[in-house]
Design a protein around this ligand. Structure first.
Ligand code: 5GP
Length: 172
C-alpha cells in the first residue's frame, strides 16, 4: 500500500505563494503579465498565484507530455496543447509545478523564446536542485525540496492525488 506523508501543509503553501505574488507585483508594477501554466500539475499553483497578485494578469495554459505513469523522466517532451493567444511583446511568466531534471523547462523556454515575448521568466512552486541535468534559470521558487517523489496540490502519480490540499511524499 502506498503511504503519504505531508511535506508541505496547505497553509505553508499559501503563505509562500503570497510572498511570491508580492515579489512579482514589485517586479511588474504595470502589467498585464501573461501567466502561462503548464497543465495539469501547475493548475492550482497558477490559480492561487494569480489571485494573490495585484498586477493584472492574463492566463494561458500549455499541455505537455511528461512522466506518463512512471516516476522518472523519459527525457522526451512534447507540446500537446499550445497557447491560445500571441504573447509577442508581452511579459511572460512560465508557471511550473516542479523543476526536477530541468528537461521540461529547458524545452519550454526554447519554445516560448520563439514567440518573442518582451520578457520571459519562470516561477515554480517546487525545485529539486539535486536532480538537475540541464541548467535552467528559475526566477521565482516556492520551495526547494529534497529528492523525493511528491504528490498533491496539482501533482499526480498516474493521475491520482492531484486534489490533495497538501504536498505529500509518496512512498510505496
Ligand atoms: P523535469 O523535466 O524537470 O525532470 O520534470 C518536470 C516534470 O516532471 C514536472 O512538471 C512534473 O510533472 C514531473 N515531476 C518531477 N518530479 C516530480 C515529483 O516529485 N512528483 C510528481 N508528481 N511529478 C514530478
Amino acid at each position: 500500500m502506498p503511504s503519504l506523508t505531508v511535506m508541505l501543509p496547505a497553509e505553508r503553501i499559501q503563505a509562500r505563494i503570497h510572498e511570491l505574488a508580492a515579489e512579482i507585483d514589485r517586479d511588474y508594477p504595470e502589467g498585464p503579465v501573461y501567466l502561462v501554466g503548464i497543465l495539469k500539475g501547475a493548475c492550482f499553483f497558477l490559480a492561487d498565484l494569480a489571485r494573490a497578485m495585484k498586477t493584472p494578469a492574463r492566463l494561458e495554459f500549455v499541455g505537455i507530455s511528461s512522466y506518463g505513469r512512471g516516476t522518472t523522466s523519459s527525457g522526451e517532451v512534447r507540446l500537446t496543447k499550445d497557447l491560445d493567444a500571441s504573447v509577442e511583446g508581452y511579459d511572460v511568466i512560465v508557471v511550473e509545478d516542479i523543476v526536477d531534471s530541468g528537461i521540461t523547462l529547458s524545452y519550454l523556454i526554447q519554445v516560448f523564446q520563439q514567440r518573442r515575448p518582451r520578457s520571459l521568466r519562470v516561477a515554480t512552486l517546487l525545485d529539486k536542485p539535486d536532480r538537475r541535468q540541464r541548467p535552467v534559470k528559475v526566477d521565482y521558487v516556492g520551495f526547494q525540496i529534497p529528492d523525493k517523489f511528491v504528490v498533491g496540490y496539482g501533482l499526480d502519480y498516474a493521475e491520482n492525488y492531484r486534489n490533495l490540499p497538501d504536498i505529500c511524499v509518496l512512498s510505496e
